[in-house]
Design a protein around this ligand. Structure first.
Ligand code: PMP
Ligand code: GLU
Length: 394
């Protein structure tokens, strides 16, 4: 029946992260003992002080439509957060609160891109960037990087990818899926190229800013010449384990913020009222309230690297942030494992799901077909068991 549907939806891929999580859920329902390392979702509970704020908001009857761009006091809290954590000055007319950073990204694509505009995506990139760009009739231009350069795009690669049609560059740092963190010097290198092309805008997805093991997150908007044309995207899903509460936001030039508000006003209206009230508490709290999560992720990263390092054929780098490892597993291609032919990363991810009952995500979905993504947002016990199973079937 798909011929009754629009070309738009027929041409769109299903989110590979969500698809793998759904598949794992389905197998679990069938009684299989699946360990899910596919979804980028903190396994902590929302901090109590955030829950309290949400409960209060329910009692205070925050039940009406909220302003499309977010409550004014939430936008003030976001403005203060940008200043405190990123030394960025975004006034409240420059902030738009949305239903997750995913919607923030979709808003930006819809208000910035015309048909055929090119968007540079250093690969690997977060799974949804490419389809969000395409739905806005933009053209994703992948710039491949490899594990040998820690999956980072160099200024030379950026320069080479730019054409007269380039409208934007989208990237995340810390990066999902590679965990790579761009240093200030590396961002300055990219800015040197971008300053030569004043018409190119940047989406800087900073949703993992706090999950950074080298310390000192750097926002590209703070680099000379970048502020006016950077859209800084962030949210509370990762830092505060609030994935299901669906609150994300942007800081951008006032005219971009206004356009996003106009678009959102026709599509979804203001984001969830209770989630917004809870987000005020989350963002006003000192960052040290979530330090325990960051320390725990750091510990798990080291554990996962050391255990995966024992598996022959896994090539690893040392991710400096987020909660993913992105091993290059191309040494298995062309081989047969227990009778299953492994020709690409999707084959390997499927083999691990079926034979080891461990859910990971193929790197193809992130623009790197040599790798798989393993999320270590799981307990130490699960991680040890999952990697032992992977080792056994390989
Ligand atoms: N950007 C990146 C890099 C992500 O990993 C995610 C994962 N959820 C998002 C954006 C979207 O986050 P959310 O919509 O939950 O705020
Ligand atoms: N961003 C997370 C991930 O990459 C959550 C899933 C999603 O929104 O796609 O796994």
């Amino acid at each position: 029946m798909s011929n009754h549907l629009s070309e738009r939806i027929n041409n769109m891929s299903t989110s590979a992260t969500l698809a793998m999580a759904a598949k794992a859920r389905e197998l679990r329902n069938e009684g299989k003992d699946i360990i899910g390392l596919s979804l980028g979702e903190p396994d902590f509970n929302i901090p109590d002080f955030v829950k309290e704020a949400a409960k209060e908001a329910v009692d205070q009857n925050y039940s009406s439509y909220s302003p499309v761009d977010g409550y004014a006091d939430l936008k003030k809290a976001i403005s203060n957060k940008f200043k405190r954590d990123n030394n960025l000055d975004y006034g409240i007319d420059q902030i738009v609160v949305s239903t997750g950073a995913k919607q923030s990204l979709a808003n930006v694509a819809m208000v910035m891109l015309n048909k055929g505009d090119e968007v540079i995506l250093p690969a690997p990139f977060w799974v949804s960037y490419s389809d969000i760009v395409k739905i806005a009739e933009g053209v994703p231009v992948q710039v491949p990087t490899s594990i040998d350069t820690d999956f980072k795009m160099t200024p030379e690669q950026l320069e080479q990818a730019i054409t007269p049609k380039t409208k934007m560059l989208w990237f995340s740092s810390p990066c999902n899926p590679s965990g790579s963190v761009y240093s200030k010097e590396e961002l300055e290198g990219l800015a040197v190229v971008l300053r030569k092309h004043p018409g190119i805008f940047v989406v800087s997805d900073e949703i993992y800013e706090h999950i950074n093991f080298v310390g000192g997150h750097v926002s590209i908007a703070g680099i000379a010449g970048m502020y006016e044309r950077t859209i800084t995207v962030n949210g509370v899903s990762k830092a505060f384990a609030m994935t299901g509460w669906r609150i994300g936001y942007i800081g951008a030039a006032p005219y971009i913020a206004k356009a996003c508000t106009k678009f959102q006003g026709q599509i979804t209206s203001g984001a969830n009222a209770i989630g917004q009230r809870a987000t005020i508490a989350a963002l006003e709290a000192p960052v040290n309230k979530i330090q325990f999560m960051i320390d725990e992720f750091h510990k798990r990263r080291d554990l996962v690297l050391s255990l995966l390092g024992e598996i022959e054929g896994f090539k690893l780098n040392v991710p400096e942030g987020a909660f993913y490892v992105f091993p290059d597993i191309s040494s298995f291609f062309g081989k047969s494992l227990n009778g299953t032919a492994i020709n690409n990363a999707s084959d390997l991810a499927m083999y691990l799901l079926e034979e080891a009952n461990v859910a990971t995500v193929t790197g193809e979905a992130f623009g790197n077909p040599n790798c798989i993504r393993i999320s270590y947002a799981a307990s130490e016990k699960e991680l040890k068991e999952a990697i032992a199973r992977i080792k056994a079937v390989l």
